[in-house]
Design a protein. Sequence first.
Lengths: 320, 332, 311
Amino acid sequence: MGSNTLEIRQLNTSFLTQKGEVRAVMDVSLDVPEGKITGIVGESGCGKSVTAKSVMGLVKYPGKVMSGEILLDGRDIRDIPEKEKCALRGSEVSMIFQEPMTSLNPVIRIGKQVEEALLLHKDIPKEQARIRTVEMLESVGISDAGNRMRCYPHQLSGGLRQRVMIAMAMICRPKLLIADEPTTALDVTVEAQILRLMKKLCSGGTSILLISHNLGVIAQICDYVYVMYAGRIVECADTVTLFDHPAHPYTMGLLRAATSLRQDTEILETIPGVVPNLLHLPKGCSFAPRCGSCGDRCRGEMPLMYEAGEEGHMARCFMC
Amino acid sequence: MSEILLEAKGLTKAFPAGRGRKVHAVTDVSLKVYKGETLGLVGESGCGKSTLGRMMIRLLAPDSGRLLLKGGDVTGMSDRDFLRHRRQLQLIFQDPYASLDPRLTVRELIAEPLRTWNVCRSRDEMTARVLELMEDVGVPGEFLYRYPHQFSGGQRQRIGIARALAADPELIVCDEPVSALDVPVQNQILNLLSGLQKARGLTYLFISHDLSVVRHISDRVCIMFLGMLCEIGETEEIFSSPLHPYTRFLMNAILLPDPHHRHEEDTLLSGEIPSAVNPPPGCRFHTRCPYATDRCRSEVPVMRDMGGRMAACHHPLGHGADLRSSEEARTS
Amino acid sequence: MLPNRSRKIVEEYEKSLKRPMDENLKSQIGEEETFLTLMKRMVRENKLAVFSAVVILLFIIAAVLAPVISPYGLSEMDLRNRLSPPGAGHLFGTDEAGRDILTRLLYGSRVSLLTGVVPTILSMLLGAVLGVVSGFYGRWIDAVIMRIADITLAFPSMLLAMVIMYILGDGLINVFLTLALVNWASVARIVRSQTLQLKETEYVEAARVIGVPKRKIVFRHLLPNCLPTLIVLFTLNVPSAILTESSLSFLGLGIQPPDASWGLMVNSGRQFLYNAPWLSLVPGIAIMVIVLAFNFLGDGLRDVLDPYQKK
């Protein structure tokens, strides 16, 4: 077993709004083992993106990381000065976003953008940087990289742009790549290609934290999965276990909803009710108001993470 | 077969792309929509499915081709004359955050079509109609005077549906109505749409890039690639034995929420979608198609009848076709 | 008569309004917005805007009551006390002809408030309507309106105002018209560019799907969504109109002495800036206060009208 590239311990991130403190991430602890793809899955607003941004130190005002440890290779990077954080971003930890169009500067040629990401962190001659850029672009599957380098972002298709983004993120060979919904804006055939590419990067030694709302994406490439709901992790397990034997009622609901599309049912499975407002979380388990097997205890106190059967499988539910 | 509600004959639309170039969004598309059915329209982004959908309800004028509503030609009609048909053809938008005017309350939003069509005689009657529609789509009446941004994505989409229903239409074009939503919410909206269809005898033209969604909701499906139709047919037939290679590749690319069925390299399509500014000659799919021959590169395949359904391919796949492991990737 | 089903739904709805609601839900539910509830909310949430409204109101009252509350007559000269500094006899001092500054300030506020607000409103109305029409309908309507606007903008505004004033002749109404005709073009340009953006939004397309006539789309969807921009433009244009009027008056084209306006007072006080600074300072401060008041009130109105700020 290798060690963990990233360990998050008891992370709390809040948004201090006029209406009160919105606790977007609550007591989140997770590990990203070396050379594996770890997934976070959840509906929009469950705090999965904020978790990623907290790691990168990119939480914007009025958001604030309140407490917790973020250990990159055993070193706490939560409270290091902004200057050191900048040095880390891009070289040790990189992030790719959902929308490849808006994350690239429209007036700079893509070759230059990728190259700059390298020159910013590594003190190497320009000549060599150019060669590395071409190599990198080719390794993310951009054919004819020499010519494509001269393109502007708008001249490329969405899939190619996302490949450029990945090349930019990977060019300094970071230990950890955080991918926030990397394929959501892409078409199905291109999505499959990008996922295959991420798998390839991972076998090249990079640890990946993949954030997605799509259980299909998670099932395809993740080794280990965390499920988030209303700011908390509610279940974690290795991918096969999670999909075969989900323990938390929310995970079950998500899975049933996703699979019922493929079955010949008249009425599709849903989860009754709506995601709670983070300002007015219900007392006890956040999922209790929507849960079919909820008891009195669930309405009174928040369950901890309990072992659920196999090793490494934990769920935040009294029932397991 | 039941009555044809809407028919497109050779619809073509190109948008100027500057410097004299053109984006060929839709090229020579003909299709029929039968009353009471759900016709799924599938394709990747930029394939022209939204453009086609908007032409079908005359929100965009085609460059050439004709549009027949219940057999009557409405292509050349002036906007003023078309207004009386406007009610019958409605649209549900993809983005429930952008399609509702942020300055109007739910009441005003749903009342807008009612007011436009002079459906109600008094203010009270209008409020009652609005509340009725809100109940139909499952938005609590207490939210009558709330603004769109105060709702979740699912509820906003319900408001959008209520607006479309307010005109009491026959056909609703659903343009990716669930792709911005999370899966449980998506399922709620799909259930709502099916329920409304049954209760009101609605006809849907359901545009989506998500094959699983289309498979669930549609009676018939047409597959589109780069502005042209590849294949039309009954949903089950298309999904059990696709004729066009593109259809098969699309189905292989579905991401199943099941870690036991992961993609295999050789069942996936490589390459990028060609540009619609400069579409390849012949069959537009030939640059990515492993079966392409010289004929595909020069001659445009026409839609032809292949055992009860239509496909545009020179070399259609046979039943139980030769793409490996496609069967197991297709369903769980 | 409502059909049975509707009646039931309405009854249920009305019942639901009477029923005491739990706090969580209550905070989420809106009430119908009327002018009164809007104003109430502004009073509650934005004290600065309310204070500004009070200041503006006081100025207006002072302007209306100028003949009653002025300590002296408008042209009453106290030749022994020329250029006397602010003090007991003359609260804000006197000018070079021994006229009481406070009196002239009060009388001047009549002209200045009107020239600040009336032509601005006129030019906003003209500019907003022409801008929206131009942006929304496009084609030749757009071309014609925009070329006229370009021509208007191409002239130095002072020169244009002088030409129009020459043609129209002196007088307050003509000053209003002139200022409106000079200022509408920039408003129209800005509103047009906003309209071009707004008309591509999906909710405008959604309105077209429903069959809402174009005219209604303009007034129901486009203009209200231009409102924040218009309010900002309004607060910017009021002071510039006050100052343009003063320049016109200075050139002998606007208000003529012995009538008073703040701009005129600032201008004529310039030559005594070293030995009697209050001549320009007092009306200058008055202009500043009224401009600030309009600014804060505008901000407050914009917030109150912004749906995203609504609870």
